[in-house]
Design a protein around this ligand. Structure first.
Ligand SMILES: Cc1cn([C@H]2C[C@H](O)[C@@H](COP(=O)(O)OP(=O)(O)O[C@H]3O[C@@H](C)C(=O)[C@@H](O)[C@H]3O)O2)c(=O)[nH]c1=O
Length: 184
């Protein structure tokens, strides 16, 4: 497993080892020991699967407030996404900064989204299946969002013809969002 740094401390990309043969390939998409060796100590307790029909479907930017904050390990099984994380930890040198990576069915890359980061993605293909593990349960009362188009963030999304949920059209900008993440 290869560890690839993103522009944001703590948000890392993982490239799994792929064993191809005449049938196709095999890869370990998660191995607790390998993660621990890489200094990633997460106990994943829920796995989510989202399916998006259209290319240009944008889900985000989402996070859960502490104490229900989640680390997420994101993987694309079919199709491709532009996956974005935003550091929303107050006091962080990279507070308000974002980075984006492409995860696809063929690049064997996963993105680790730490607690204290907002997360969202835009599908690059139709019929995209995204799987992600989380280390805290879903909590509707802690679930929060930041507007995908917050001008202060200036995220450059890969499409302007977007499909959004009603909820995601109405989130506040980062400066007005509920946020109980702080670092020293
Ligand atoms: C996230 C989630 C949603 N739900 C329910 C709530 C709602 O009725 C329905 C759809 O929820 P949403 O519209 O929030 O789904 P979605 O917009 O796909 O939300 C997801 O977006 C990506 C970017 C993330 O990072 C995830 O953590 C999650 O927030 O599913 C659960 O039951 N469990 C869960 O873990």
């Amino acid at each position: 497993m290869k560890i690839i740094k993103t522009g944001l401390e703590g948000a890392i990309m993982l490239e799994t080892d792929v064993f191809g043969d005449n049938r196709g390939y095999f890869t370990e998409s998660y191995n607790k020991l390998r993660f621990e060796e890489a200094g990633i100590d997460c106990a994943f307790i829920q796995e989510n699967h989202s399916f998006s029909q259209a290319a240009g479907t944008l889900r985000g930017l989402h996070y859960q407030l502490a104490p229900m904050a989640q680390t997420k390990l994101v993987q694309v099984v079919t199709g491709a996404i532009y996956d974005v994380v935003v550091d929303i930890r107050q006091g962080s040198p990279s507070y308000g900064q974002w980075t984006g990576v492409i995860l696809s069915e063929s690049n064997n890359r996963l993105l680790l989204v730490p607690r204290g980061f907002a997360h969202g993605f835009c599908t690059l293909t139709a019929n995209t299946h995204v799987f992600y593990k989380v280390d805290q349960y879903y909590s509707k009362t802690h679930d929060r969002g930041i507007l995908w188009s917050d001008p202060e963030l200036g995220i450059v999304w890969p499409s302007s013809d977007l499909v959004l949920s009603d909820k995601d059209k109405l989130h506040p900008c980062l400066q007005d969002a509920d946020n109980n993440f702080h670092i020293e």
